[in-house]
Every structure is written in structure tokens, then in C-alpha cells.
Design a protein around this ligand. Structure first.
Ligand code: 26A
Length: 345
């Protein structure tokens, strides 16, 4: 594939290094972690990282949800299509992330914080579950000024992907991209990232939704949104349809809401304000259990494959299929990674 050199897709979020090890019930209990969750680290979690390294043979893997998605999208696209921005420290961990992005052909435009170290995500694997505990550190230091300093990258791109996790860090930066998209009829993607985002960052999600052309999440995140909004339903199609038809700034295009449900069918609702949304369901291709390495990053890979399809101008059902395809490849790798030599969709 020949290079586009245009970096049409710009992704923003928290660059993290995953410290991933296999744990057990005892380890989860010690740190008060649920088997399948994503949380922000507090004081009592700070020894987890060292413990994973020393006692659980943890591996250091490039992570950060939207960074994984950005690598995934670039995996599907011609060289120089995707750029990723966020804040790291001036340390070895940042170099590890840069190396992984370079190998994936993903252009990195980090801001380097002078004081804070690169953010870490402790990932405890138990069976097919993963519990994530994030110490954002430098990732939490991203500011709207940093986006403004690199505004030419924003202007060059025609599609923005903001990981919902970034709503814990810098809402003004997310909104600046959202507004730019609406103003210039570009495309704005938002992910829900984890249940705690629609739950505890409800207002921030609500601020971004009017600008969102594509919303991507999973079933637990969608249900957390519904609960936070007193919707009195756990039914995924109902929640997806509701989200699709919320008010929208750019009325030139409908909103698509894409909800994955593990091995159950992916639900898609496409709608516009004041209309009945159109619902589709896409079964997931099955894979032998024995082929699954770990599911860390499956959702990010789905978003990456979907974005890859979108950037290629494919129709929505093909974008969903590409998302499922890339997720399936990623769960056969260690952590949120993709197979090399590259496979083609
Ligand atoms: C703000 N938080 C909690 C986070 C994250 C996160 N990425 C950004 N911000 N918590 C976990 N992750 C990433 O999610 C990926 C799996 O979906 C992990 O780094 C992991 O690579």
C-alpha cells in the first residue's frame, strides 16, 4: 500500500504502559480488584505494579486504550494514515511506547511532562478476565494548550477518535476536536471505554455526545450509561437506539452507535434526532477457546478495525466485520497487540 502521508485519522487519549501478569483470586482480593474491570489507581494500589513484576512474571506491553485502537487502525491502512497524541514522561517507559508505535507505523506526537513518569496500567489476568488498574501520572498532564500547539495536525486530519478515558483528563481537548469536526463536517468518534466513564463522568460524556458521529462501547458500558441516566432498562438495542437519536450538532450525518457484547452479536443503531433509529445485529465469528491468549485490548482492537474500515470508505456492516476480525486477531496475541507479519482483511 502506498503512503497517504496525510494522517487523516487523529487519535487522542492516555498513553500507558501495560504491566500485565497472570494473577489469582488472592491477588485481586489483596488490592480490592474485580476480575473484569478498569479503575483509576488510588494509594492502596501503588504496590500492585511492583508485585506484578516481581511475583507474576509481568510483561511490559504498549497499552492505553486509544493508542491500541490507533495502532489497530494503522494496521488496516496505508502508511502514514494515523497519528496519536497524549502525554508521557521523559523516561524508559515512554521509549517503549514510542518503539511499539513506530513498529506499527503509527506516528506519535507526545507531549513530555517534566515531572511525572509515564502512566502505567496494571493488568491482572485471571482466565479470560482482565482487571486493569491505572496510574495515569504524566497522562493526566495533557492540557488544551498542547493540542493548540499542534493544531496543524488537527487541521490536516478529517477524522478524530477520542478515547472516553480521556474525559478523566482533559475535556476541553476532547471538545475542541468535537467542535472542529462539527464545524467542518469532519467525523468525530467517541468510545465509552469503561463503565466508570458513563457512571462517574456522566456530564463529560453528555457534553461530547451532541458532537459524536460514531459512539463505540460494550454492553456493560452501555448499561452503565443507561443506569446513570435513569433509563430503567438494561436492553442493549433500546439503549443503542436511544443514544443514536439524542440531539446532534452536525445534522448533516446521522449518529451510529456500535455496542459489542463479547461473543454475542454486535448491536448497531443508526439514527437522527426525532426519528426512529434503525437497528442491526452482527454475529461474532467464533474462535476456538484454546486459541485465545488473553482478551486485554479486544474492545480497542474492535474500534481499530472499525476505524480502518471507515477510513477506507467501506459500508457500515463491513466496518463492523473488520472490527470483529481485528479483535479476533488481537485476542490471540499477548496483550493489546496485532499479529506480524501483517494479515489482510
Ligand atoms: C483513565 N484510564 C483508566 C485509562 C485506562 C486505559 N487507557 C486509558 N485510560 N485504563 C485501562 N486502559 C487501557 O485499556 C487497554 C485495554 O482495553 C490499558 O492500558 C489497556 O491497554
Amino acid at each position: 500500500m502506498s503512503s497517504t502521508g496525510k494522517f487523516e485519522l487523529l487519535c487522542l487519549e492516555n498513553p500507558l504502559l501495560d504491566i500485565q501478569g497472570t494473577g489469582d483470586e488472592k491477588l485481586l482480593q489483596k488490592y480490592g480488584l474485580k476480575p473484569n474491570d478498569a479503575i483509576l489507581a488510588e494509594k492502596q494500589h501503588m504496590d500492585l505494579y511492583q508485585e506484578l513484576m516481581e511475583k507474576h512474571d509481568a510483561k511490559l506491553i504498549a497499552g492505553g486504550a486509544a493508542q491500541n485502537t490507533a495502532r489497530g487502525a494503522q494496521y488496516c491502512l496505508p502508511p502514514d494514515s494515523v497519528i496519536y497524541i497524549g502525554c508521557v514522561g521523559k523516561d524508559e517507559h515512554a521509549k517503549t511506547l514510542e518503539k511499539a508505535n513506530k513498529e506499527a507505523g503509527l506516528k506519535t506526537c507526545y507531549r513530555y511532562d517534566e515531572e511525572q513518569p509515564t502512566g502505567r496500567c496494571g493488568v491482572v489476568i485471571t482466565g479470560h478476565n482482565r482487571s486493569m488498574c491505572t496510574d495515569l501520572a504524566a497522562a493526566n498532564c495533557y492540557k488544551i494548550e498542547h493540542l493548540k500547539e499542534n493544531w496543524e495536525l488537527v487541521e490536516q486530519a478529517n477524522t478524530y477518535f477520542v478515547g472516553g478515558y480521556h474525559l478523566t483528563v482533559c475535556v476541553p481537548a476532547a471538545l475542541a476536536l468535537a467542535e472542529e469536526a462539527a464545524k467542518k463536517n469532519k467525523t468525530f468518534f467517541l468510545s465509552l471505554s469503561a463503565p466508570f466513564i458513563p457512571q462517574f463522568f456522566k456530564d463529560q460524556v453528555d457534553q461530547c455526545l451532541p458532537y459524536t458521529d460514531y459512539l463505540i462501547g460494550n454492553e456493560t458500558e452501555a448499561r452503565a450509561y443507561a443506569a446513570a441516566h435513569d433509563m430503567n432498562t438494561e436492553d442493549i438495542p433500546t439503549i443503542a437506539k436511544h443514544l443514536a437519536c439524542l440531539p446532534k450538532k452536525n445534522a448533516k450525518k446521522p449518529r451510529a452507535v456500535i455496542i459489542t457484547q463479547g461473543t454475542d452479536p454486535t448491536v448497531v443503531a443508526v439514527g437522527a434526532e426525532g426519528e426512529e433509529a434503525q437497528l442491526s445485529k452482527y454475529p461474532v465469528h467464533s474462535i476456538e477457546q484454546s486459541k485465545i491468549n488473553d482478551t486485554n485490548g479486544a474492545g480497542d482492537a474492535f474500534a481499530g478495525g472499525f476505524l480502518g474500515g471507515y477510513m477506507q470508505g467501506r459500508e457500515l456492516k463491513t466496518c463492523v466485520d473488520m472490527g470483529q476480525w481485528l479483535a479476533q486477531l488481537s485476542i490471540q496475541e499477548l496483550g493489546p497487540s496485532y499479529p506480524y507479519p501483517k494479515q489482510n482483511y
